[in-house]
Write a protein of this length. Sequence first.
Length: 396
Amino acid sequence: MRLSQRVESLPPYLFVEISRKISERKAKGEDVVSFGIGDPDIPTPAHIIERLCKEAHVPANQRYPESEGLPELRKTIASWYQKRFGVSLDPDKEVAPLIGSKEGIAHIALCLLNPGDIALITDPGYPVYAIGTKLAGGIPYYLPISPRNNFLPDLDNIPAEILAKTKVLWLNYPNNPTGAVADLKFFNKAVEFAKKYDICICHDGPYSEVAFDGYVPVSFLQAEGAKDVGIEFHSLSKTYNMTGWRIGMAVGNAAAINALKTLKSNLDSGIPQAIQYAAIEALTGPQNCIKEHNDVYQRRRDLIVDTLNKMGLEAKPPKASLYIWAKVPHGFTSVEFTNDLLDKTGVVVTPGTGYGSNGEGYVRLSLTIADALLLKGLSRMVQWHDGKNIMRPKKI
Ligand code: PLP
């Protein structure tokens, strides 16, 4: 089969590779403990599932949905933004429901970039920003983020010849993989920058509701004039443990949202309606589940950070997101550490370089691992660190 260069040049998606490694080991009878993908282990709250089941029986919900989503869903998303962030959105012009935000993140590049245009992307960063850019014929220009700059990109020192070709800036706070957060001051500055250079900001904020110690993340759209220059991607995946139902949204600048809706109406046939009603239930129903989940994640965060620091893997407790970004011990690269840990203990962590070359020297651990497994994984890591003989991974 003669495939396109576009697809042939695609790297295997990070988590497909990690899942493959885990499956191979499990097939050999090894007992693997994974701190890999950020996929909540806690189930979707019962009232959301009940609504989903009820709506699945309704014949109208078994037919093609509208690609742009139910008007009621768009209104609900707009009301949620108003209530949560004080941001007002026109449900018809400034809201696009998505089949999970990953889909919209990949597709928006086709709306904003012509071949040869540049997208500024933080390194490390969620891989889909760069993949979508490349599939659209665009060129990623990476902005390093590190503890030195609080994991915020330096927008003041980008070469003029790069800025001349730049159409898009990708931002993501609370950040995957670093757990860093951004405040309104940073977003205001980003808006000024975007206005000055006529750049569209795509802010990705799926972790805005996963926060700890009383910290309340802001939306990029709260920045003065943000809607003039950008859009925000959001998702129900992490807020309501709905990763498997595939529903998210893009909101903000009407021209960009209209372009995304036009593109999508030619590519997909929308989100199954029963899932749209489940999302309405999630956004309008009881919200106590969010605090309950965050309490669980916060407890896990503290346990993991404590253990890692005792083992000499420097890690700070993040204020938000589902991730711990930890420095690997001296003498290891990210991949060497990840492979060694897996070989010696059966514990999976994600190498920092999976998120860009600037992730070298780090690994990412996800908080979405059931308590019993988490304790088992940490105990194996501590034994390994203490030089004790880790039992050969047991047969399951
Ligand atoms: N954006 C970021 C930063 C993520 O970490 C993820 C998933 O892990 C997504 C977007 C995609 O979320 P979904 O497609 O489930 O809405």
